[in-house]
Design a protein around this ligand. Structure first.
Ligand code: GAR
Length: 210
């Protein structure tokens, strides 16, 4: 079984989907720790209720981003994680942190990257009158939301969509694709080579797109 650490800042719906997939044996891994930069993150409660070890490491307690990322890295190193899953972890990571865990860091971002890096992605898609929006799971590299994409899922944008409508439609896809990618990762069927995501050949049919 692979050892997974999950980093969160908020509600933790993606965390919940990963916990469920591990519990059900769909992911050949177990979550050894959930770490949040925000003590009020509801995701911490989800983890505690499931008996998973939690840590709150507040960025407010550190003088600089470098100091914070060093402490976060040291905490993660204690768990010797095979896979570090960013699930709504709303922090920019230093290049040093990313290099320390290179190839093990996954992120989910609510847009069809490379479109809409950063914040307020749903609002930007609506304002730009996009007809299509979605979510990307990608490897983390030092470039913010710029690492190689592993999987994307697309959703339509309707004329009368509010930000909440669109967020809900995207969220459904998040909860579907993140556990799938973590499953592949834990099975060793996924790697990052020369800044590209590489799959083994059997994965494509499982996505339903092949
Ligand atoms: C998710 O929509 C995720 O895509 C987004 O935060 C939300 C976390 O929700 N991540 C980012 O915006 C990263 N830049 P959750 O706490 O319910 O999983």
């Amino acid at each position: 079984k692979k050892n997974i650490c999950v980093l969160i800042s908020g509600t933790g719906t993606n965390l919940q989907a990963l916990m469920d997939a591990c519990d059900a044996g769909r992911i050949d891994g177990s979550i050894s720790a959930v770490i949040s930069n925000n003590a009020d993150a509801f995701g911490l409660e989800r983890a505690r209720n499931a008996g998973i070890k939690t840590h709150c490491l507040s960025h407010k307690d550190f003088a600089s981003r470098d100091d914070y990322d060093l402490a976060l890295g040291d905490l993660l190193a204690q768990y010797d994680a095979d896979c570090i899953v960013l699930a709504g972890f709303m922090r920019i990571l230093t290049p040093e942190f990313v290099a320390r865990f290179s190839g093990k860091l996954l992120n989910i971002h609510p847009s069809l990257l490379p479109k809409y890096r950063g914040l307020h992605t749903h609002q930007r898609a609506i304002e730009n009158k996009d007809t299509e929006h979605g979510v990307s799971v990608h490897y983390v590299t030092p470039e913010l939301d710029g690492g190689p994409v592993i999987v994307q899922s697309r959703v339509p944008v309707f004329d009368d969509d509010t930000v909440e409508d669109l967020a809900e439609r995207v969220s459904e896809q998040e909860l579907r694709i993140y556990p799938l990618v973590v499953k592949w990762f834990c099975e060793g069927r996924l790697a990052m080579k020369e800044n590209k995501a590489v799959f083994d050949n059997e994965i494509l049919p499982e996505t339903g797109y092949a």
